[in-house]
Ligand binder design. Structure first.
Ligand code: ATP
Length: 350
C-alpha cells in the first residue's frame, strides 16, 4: 500500500462525538480510491488528516512506509509532497492560468515547462495568459488539477472536485480525468457524497457514516453485496425483507431464496430492484402479485408490484419486459438475496 491510515481519530472539541473515528484505509499505487458518504460523515476531515491540515488525536498516516502523522511525529502539509485539489478550486484570481499552474513549483528549474506541460495535457493549451475569472467552471477545475499534477505528487487528494460543474460537464470531466489518471498511473483519493461519481470514477470505494467506515470494496462489491443496511440504502434503491435463514437459503415471501452467505435465524435481506424480474402469472396462481405502478425510463422500466405479503416491491427490468398496471405477475429473483448485518436502524421504505 502506498498511502495508509490506521485507527485515525479526530475530535474537534472535548465531549463532542469524534468527526472521524478509527478509520483504516490503504490506497495502492496507481489506484483511484473514493471515500463516499452523506454530508457531515467526516469525509473532508479524513482527507485533511491525510493531507496534514489537521492533526489526529489517535492513529497514524503513512506514505510509502514513512510516518507522516502519529507515533509522536507530524510532517506539515507542505513537506508531505501530496497534491491537493480543493472543492472550490482555490485558484488565485490575480495570477494567470500559467502562474496558477506553476504555484508550488517555485525554485524548481523546470517549473514553467512542467506547468505548461500539465496545462497542455489538461487541454488548456493557449489559455496560459488568462485570469481564472475568464474561464468556465470546467476549465477552472482543470487548472486546479493541472496545478496538482504539475508537482508530480505520489498521491493526489481531491475534495468533491466535480461538484461545481453542471451534470453534463461533470460526467464528461470525470471521464476525462479518470482516463488521464489511468494513463499516468496517478494514485488518487477523492471524497464525494455522489454515489454515481464514486461508483463510476473509483477502483475502490470506502462508504462512511458517522465518522466510521462501514465498508470498503470495488464498486461492484459495495453495490451488489452491501454489508449493512446503511450501505444498501445509501448506494441505491433496494427491497428489504425480514426472513428466517437456514444456512445458505431462506424462506421468504418471494419463495425459498439462495443467500449471499450462510446465516441462521431471523435476518434482514436486501434485493436490488434489478436483481428481480417479472413473469406473467398464469390463471393457476391463486394469489398473484399485481403491477401497481410503472415508470418507463427509455432503456429500462421500474415497476411497483404489490405482493401477497402486503408489501410493495420495486422491480427494475430492461424495457423489453413490458407489463401494464393491473397485470397479474410473478416476481422472480435473479440473484442471491444479500444478508445484511443486524442493525438497530428501522429500514426506511425502498
Ligand atoms: P460535507 O460533505 O458536508 O462536506 P463531510 O462528510 O466532509 O461533509 P466533515 O466536513 O468532515 O464532513 O465534518 C464532519 C463533522 O465534523 C461534522 O459534524 C462537522 O460539523 C464537524 N467539523 C468539521 N470541521 C470542524 C471544525 N473545524 N471544527 C468543529 N467541527 C468540525
Amino acid at each position: 500500500m502506498l498511502l495508509t491510515a490506521d485507527g485515525l481519530t479526530k475530535r474537534f472539541a472535548p465531549g463532542d462525538a469524534p468527526a472521524v473515528q478509527d478509520v483504516d484505509l490503504g490506497i495502492e499505487e496507481g489506484e483511484i480510491f473514493a471515500v463516499l458518504g452523506p454530508s457531515g460523515c467526516g469525509k473532508t476531515t479524513t482527507l485533511r488528516l491525510l493531507a496534514g491540515f489537521e492533526r489526529p488525536d489517535a492513529g497514524t498516516v503513512r506514505l510509502d512506509g514513512r510516518t507522516l502523522s502519529g507515533n509522536g511525529c507530524f510532517v506539515p502539509p507542505e513537506e508531505r509532497g501530496l497534491g491537493f485539489v480543493f472543492q472550490n478550486y482555490a485558484l488565485f484570481p490575480h495570477l494567470s492560468v500559467l502562474e496558477n499552474a506553476a504555484f508550488g513549483l517555485e525554485g524548481e528549474p523546470d517549473a514553467e515547462t512542467r506547468a505548461r506541460e500539465a496545462l497542455e495535457k489538461a487541454g488548456l493549451g493557449g489559455l496560459e495568459d488568462r485570469r481564472p475569472h475568464a474561464l468556465s467552471g470546467g476549465q477552472q477545475q482543470r487548472v486546479a488539477l493541472a496545478r496538482a499534477l504539475a508537482q508530480r505528487p505520489p498521491v493526489v487528494l481531491l475534495d468533491e472536485p466535480f461538484s461545481g460543474l453542471d451534470a453534463l460537464l461533470r460526467q464528461e470531466t470525470r471521464d476525462r480525468v479518470r482516463r488521464r489518471f489511468k494513463e499516468n498511473g496517478t494514485t488518487a483519493l477523492l471524497v464525494t457524497h455522489d454515489q454515481q461519481e464514486a461508483l463510476s470514477f473509483a477502483d475502490r470505494v470506502a462508504v462512511m457514516k458517522g465518522g466510521r467506515i462501514e465498508q470498503v470494496g470495488t464498486p461492484e462489491e459495495v453495490y451488489d453485496r452491501p454489508r449493512t443496511l446503511f450501505v444498501a440504502q445509501f448506494l441505491g434503491r433496494t427491497n428489504l425483507l425480514f426472513s428466517e435463514a437456514e444456512g445458505r437459503e431462506a424462506e421468504t415471501p418471494l419463495g425459498r431464496l439462495p443467500l449471499s452467505r450462510a446465516a441462521q435465524g431471523r435476518v434482514l435481506l436486501s434485493l436490488r430492484p434489478e436483481h428481480l424480474t417479472l413473469e406473467a402469472a398464469g390463471q393457476d396462481v391463486e394469489v398473484p402479485s399485481q403491477v401497481v405502478g410503472r415508470a418507463f425510463k427509455g432503456h429500462d422500466i421500474t415497476y411497483r408490484v404489490a405482493h401477497a405479503d402486503g408489501a410493495e416491491y420495486l422491480v427494475h427490468t430492461p424495457s423489453r419486459v413490458t407489463f401494464a398496471e393491473g397485470d397479474r405477475v410473478r416476481i422472480r429473483p435473479q440473484a442471491p438475496a444479500v444478508v445484511l448485518e443486524r442493525s438497530d436502524e428501522p429500514p426506511a421504505p425502498a
